[in-house]
Ligand binder design. Structure first.
Ligand SMILES: Cc1cc2nc3c(=O)[nH]c(=O)nc-3n(C[C@H](O)[C@H](O)[C@H](O)COP(=O)(O)O)c2cc1C
Length: 227
């Protein structure tokens, strides 16, 4: 097969910038009555209580505020069990074990840790200083979210596509999704408010990284629930 290196993924990524050109239409509610004619009722068993609790209480917080109790231990616990490493194993799957998604950690207000922009290094369970804190709130579209820390899950797409060509782009998105789900489950166990923000201003978020081709996929504000 001819080996032609294209970069449609770059074009697609740029074209899908925020805000979307197409406005969402009213949702079509599917009629289920007819579908029930050919269905089989399934059964299920209970799972481990902790797992069921984490799954049940997982939620995207549409509002949150700065927590007074969020500290480095809580943040470390969240990162360790969601996207970290334990006995040489990562907590989520990655196509070809490439682990192309980086996690930037923008610390605004965290007990005992200097505010700034860091990168999480899972192999050593450390955060590495990248530079001064830059106000990330202007990357957000919604206003009711204030946070202590905001993670930025993103990828150097050129690197991601080196191995699998254009398909590397799909793999990066899928990998970010696996990481995000883990973050939400561990956050719910720790009673931290988090949100998977996919609708953000790309330019602002991408500027954070020193990597030239860093493309943000998710912003993940972390704070306290507002009931
Ligand atoms: C890919 C993706 C992008 C999302 N982007 C946003 C977003 O920009 N802002 C937001 O408030 N919620 C966002 N969400 C969260 C959804 O709104 C949320 O999952 C949905 O309302 C269901 O709520 P739940 O996660 O609490 O079950 C996003 C979710 C996904 C999967």
């Amino acid at each position: 097969m001819e080996d032609i290196m294209t970069n449609y993924f770059q074009t697609y990524h740029n074209q899908s910038n925020w805000p979307p050109i197409k406005k969402p239409e009213n949702r079509v509610i599917e009629k289920l009555e007819n579908t029930f004619l050919r269905t089989i009722q399934l059964d299920y068993i209970q799972l481990d209580n902790h797992l069921m609790d984490a799954l049940n209480s997982r939620k995207s917080s549409k509002e949150m505020r700065v927590s007074k109790t969020l500290d480095a231990l809580k943040l470390g616990t969240l990162l360790k069990w969601s996207i970290g490493m334990f006995e040489d194993r990562r907590m989520f799957p990655s196509a070809g074990e490439l682990y192309t998604i980086k996690c930037l950690v923008a610390i605004k207000d965290l007990g005992g840790v200097k505010s700034g922009l860091y990168e999480y290094i899972p192999e050593h369970h450390r955060i590495a200083w990248l530079g001064e804190y830059q106000e990330l709130k202007k990357a957000f579209v919604q206003e009711d979210i204030d946070f202590n820390v905001c993670l930025v899950l993103g990828s150097d797409l050129d690197r991601a596509c080196q191995h699998y060509g254009e398909r590397g782009y799909r793999f990066s998105l899928l990998e970010a999704g696996h990481m995000m789900q883990n973050i939400m489950l561990v956050a719910s166990t720790l009673e931290l408010a988090v949100a998977p923000i996919g609708g953000f201003k790309d330019d602002v978020a991408n500027e954070l990284s020193t990597h030239e081709n860093f493309k943000s996929m998710y912003l993940v504000p972390i704070g306290e629930y507002i009931d």
